[in-house]
Write a protein that binds this ligand. Structure first.
Ligand SMILES: *Cc1c(COP(=O)(O)O)cnc(C)c1O
Length: 383
């Protein structure tokens, strides 16, 4: 029995919703289901406004426009992230300044921020890796002191929280993805941006309407619409929103199951951690994650690579994750690493992710755990 790494969420509500959206006819964007999704996300953070987008990538591109990033500006990001996090800012002509991650969470280390800030710094982009929150208290304090804008890459973090606040609602802007690999999906592709700073709202409306004041026209505030700024069509199709709307109703339930699978992995692998074979992720105090990813690290890269092959032979897909961006030729050309790369490269080389999806059965998980234990028993004999 093969066990995949992930399986896109299907709750059964999608089919009826899609049928309804198609019959209703207004599928270009923000119909009934689009509004439902938007309202669902806004009830998480009532002072924020949400705009649904075609992907997490387009949410980040939207955010970089909204933050008014200019050529030559510097944006502080972890190098251990998905390429979309930085592409959005590179498109604006920014330079990426990479800071090292904390070993235990693989999140940006806030103690390194001050040293990375220059007169050109405009923004900090924390990425909540594996839906476990970055230290937002410190990040927001540093940003305030230096008048920087904070854009949270909360792509996989819907329903996660930090000190009781939903991830994506703490910085000035939050970006989400509804790609098939995230906890909830808008029929395979989708995203959203959460605008938390009310001062950014008027421009967000303009950017979302392809740079025009069409929203104001719709409200009867102006008599015609015109081009005011840069913008794009980021609208999520109503058909995609129809898929997503049904899933969001079950969001807490879905995340609870994923978190439960995560906890079982953690509890069962604790012995291997105590024996020094693996290192498990740390969930800092005040963080509630959504079980998007379960990762652990092996002692060396070569053990990790052997482990991935061993699991593959058993029909189980386990995967490594991000290759640090600053170590690619393009990454080096478009950014620089601030300070030392003490953890980013070496830790990313030891990291592996286990299968985890909403409808994973307990038996499937037991099979995965059984093979992990077998692998490290053999490793024990060899070493
Ligand atoms: C998934 C993801 C994205 C991109 O989202 P898409 O919807 O695939 O464009 C960006 N950043 C992070 C951290 C992600 O995990």
């Amino acid at each position: 029995m093969a066990i995949p790494f992930t399986r896109a969420l299907v709750t059964g509500t999608e089919h009826e919703n899609v049928k309804q959206a198609l019959e209703d006819g207004s599928i270009g964007g923000t119909g009934v289901f689009g509004r439902q999704c938007q309202q669902w996300m806004e009830q998480l953070s009532p002072s924020s406004r949400v705009f649904l987008t075609t992907s997490g990538t387009s949410a980040l591109i939207f955010a970089a426009l909204l933050a008014d990033i200019q050529p030559g500006d510097e944006v502080i990001v972890p190098s251990y992230t998905y390429v979309a996090t930085v592409n959005a800012f590179l498109m604006r002509g920014a330079t990426c300044v990479y800071v090292d991650v904390e070993k235990s969470t693989m999140n940006l280390d806030p103690a390194l921020l001050e040293a990375a800030i220059t007169p050109k710094t405009r923004a900090i982009v924390p990425v909540h890796y594996a839906s476990i929150a970055c230290d937002m208290t410190t990040i927001m304090a540093v940003a305030k002191r230096h008048k920087l804008i904070v854009i949270e890459d909360a792509a996989s973090s819907l329903t996660s929280a930090y000190k009781g606040k939903p991830l994506g609602s703490i910085g000035h802007i939050g970006c989400f993805s509804f790609h098939a690999t995230k906890n909830f999906t808008a029929g395979g592709q989708g995203g959203a941006i959460m605008v938390n700073d009310p001062n950014l709202l008027a421009r967000a409306e303009v950017i979302y309407e392809n740079g025009t004041n069409r929203r104001q026209l719709a409200r009867g505030e102006v008599s015609r619409y015109e081009m005011l700024d840069l913008g794009a069509n980021f609208y999520m199709s109503e058909v995609s929103a129809a898929c997503l709307a049904g899933q969001l109703v079950m969001a807490e339930h879905v995340s609870a199951r994923r978190r439960q699978l995560w906890e079982v992995y953690y509890a069962r692998l604790k012995g291997l951690a105590v024996a020094g074979h693996v290192e498990l992720p740390r969930v800092p105090d005040h963080c509630v994650h959504n079980g998007n990813i379960f990762w652990f690290k092996t002692r060396t890269r070569s053990i990790r690579d052997t482990f991935i092959r061993f699991m593959k032979d058993a029909g189980i897909v386990v995967l490594f994750h991000f290759t640090p961006l600053h170590s690619s030729v393009f990454g080096e050309k478009t950014g620089r690493f601030s300070g030392l790369d003490r953890h980013t490269t070496v830790e990313s080389e030891k990291l592996v992710r286990l299968p985890l999806y909403y409808d994973m059965t307990d038996e499937e998980q037991r099979t995965v755990l059984h093979h992990i234990e077998r692998f490290f028993e053999e490793d024990e004999k060899v070493s």
